[in-house]
Ligand binder design. Structure first.
Ligand SMILES: *Cc1c(COP(=O)(O)O)cnc(C)c1O
Length: 472
């Protein structure tokens, strides 16, 4: 399997070459040259596999430069009951006839990002050892990504993490999750600024090519193909569970979306032949994606127009993985994609595909639908779900459930992806239900644990100096 860039770079690369890279050199995103096809007979063979074995089967279609026995061992080590809490790893829970939640957030940091990041940690360790190299991951987080990355990389050989976050702006629970890690290879840098300042620092360091090379700086953001690929697996598992429960041969998914990484994995699964009826993109007040699927206009927002909401992991101004879908939508016309996401977005801030027949047939061809949810909707849905189904859901999952209900169809069960547990967003749960969410036993009292964090001003030279001091 070879990978290409959405902007036309045809330098054919294999999986282990793109694993440690972020963007392609031409600024595009990596995708496989073709989507491997899974036929009905194969689906039947996979139906009852344990999750780790299913992951191995799916990943094997995309990775041919890691020996199968090694890849199998990596999958078996990653997707365990010990790490993800249940034997099923992503169990389905019925809410009512035709409507299900798929639990993706029982990993170490209680958000779905663990599903991919835990695999990435093991793939990185394997590949770095094989090459005799080291990698220093520099990132910026406002919550979920940073903790998922740290819990995936803690104690891994050959990897260090330098994670910047805005000082005092994450929830106390999220801060405690990250700052209580005592592993020597994990470094928390709390910058005296906002999230955008952290992102700017990461960009500035990455643009200093000499520094980047000397200190082997890498990233783990959601555009990494390996993360997306790992997420494809739980669409297969969700499909098998929902079709077994209902006898239906097509299943729909609703996905709480921000950067379009999660739902893009659903798109890939559908392109592989998984019988997905609809892929519903759910946004919060930051409705960049809902606007596109309704109107054909993709309009990135300025920071000032990006709302701070009670589903903060979906508070985005642009959707960094969206380019992958547009590439497929435009029949893989890389020159056109390069124009839209390059000059057009930088000059105009938007592009408009409403007049293009390829956009007009997108819903039919690719199964996409969308919708938007607000703070008031979240509160309503959290209350309603608790009252009627005795199930507490988090704010992001609530956005998903709200939008899913607008797209229910007889004959195709709807699976809503649960992307975090309510304990991460306790304040809004308190507002909705007048009580705090239950806390998993392993997180009892984490706010009181000793913290390992370096507070510093927003200053790229100080961040660089800190990295230099901690890389030998
Ligand atoms: C990251 C995240 C999302 C958004 O996922 P994307 O892949 O960016 O679309 C939704 N919910 C939670 C809880 C998240 O952490």
């Amino acid at each position: 399997m070879f990978y290409l860039s959405t902007r036309g770079d045809t330098d054919r690369k294999r999986f282990s070459e793109i694993l440690l890279e972020g963007l392609a050199p031409d600024g595009g995103l990596y995708l496989p040259e073709t989507y491997p096809q899974v036929d009905a007979a194969t689906l039947e063979e996979w139906r009852n596999l344990p999750y780790a074995s299913l992951a191995f089967e799916v990943l094997s279609l995309y990775i041919d430069d890691i020996p199968p026995a090694d890849l199998k061992a990596i999958c078996d080590k990653t997707y365990t009951e010990e790490v993800f809490g249940t034997k099923e790893i992503v169990p389905l829970r019925k809410l009512e006839d035709g409507l299900y939640l798929e639990a993706l957030s029982n990993g170490p940091t209680l958000a779905f990002k663990d599903m991919a990041m835990q695999l990435l940690g093991n793939l990185f360790e394997y590949e770095l050892a094989r090459r005799g190299e080291e990698l220093n991951i520099l990132g910026a987080t406002s919550g979920d990504t940073g903790s998922a990355a740290e819990y995936a990389m803690r104690g891994k050989k050959g990897v260090r993490v330098f994670m910047t976050s805005p000082q005092g702006r994450m929830s106390p629970f999220q801060q405690a999750q990250m700052f209580s890690l005592q592993d020597e290879n994990i470094h928390n840098l709390a910058l005296e600024g906002v999230f955008d300042d952290c992102q700017d620092i990461v960009k500035a360091v990455s643009h200093d090519l000499a520094f980047k090379r000397k200190y082997r700086i890498g990233t783990v953001n959601s555009i990494n193909w390996a993360r997306l690929m790992a997420q494809v697996v739980y669409y297969f598992s969700g499909y098998f569970q929902a079709s077994a429960a209902t006898g239906a041969d097509k299943v729909s998914f609703t996905v709480p979306s921000g950067n379009f990484g999660n739902v893009c994995a659903g798109h890939v699964a559908r392109m592989m032949g998984l019988p997905i009826e609809k892929l519903v993109v759910a946004t919060n007040e930051n409705d960049v994606l809902d606007e596109f699927f309704r109107t054909g206009v993709y309009r990135v927002r300025a920071s000032a127009d990006t709302h701070e909401t009670s589903s903060p992991s979906m508070d985005i101004s642009k959707a960094s993985n969206f380019e992958r879908f547009v590439f497929d939508l435009l029949d893989r016309d890389a020159a056109r994609v390069a124009g839209l996401f390059g000059a057009q977005l930088s000059n105009q801030g938007f592009f408009d595909l409403s007049g293009d027949p390829l956009f007009q047939s997108a819903a039919q061809h690719y199964g996409f639908a969308s919708g938007k949810s607000t703070h008031a909707d979240r509160l309503d849905i959290i209350r309603d779900t608790f009252k009627r189904f005795d199930t507490m859901i988090d704010t992001h999952t609530a956005d998903g459930l709200k939008v899913a209900r607008l797209h229910l169809q007889p004959g195709a069960p709807m699976v809503v992806l649960e992307t975090a547990l309510p304990i991460k967003f306790a304040e809004t749960i308190q507002e909705a239900l007048g009580r705090l969410p239950d806390r998993p036993a392993k997180f009892e009292g984490i706010e009181a644990l000793p913290k390992r964090v370096q507070v510093m001003p927003v200053d790229v030279d100080l961040v660089k100096a800190y990295i230099a001091r901690h890389v030998n």
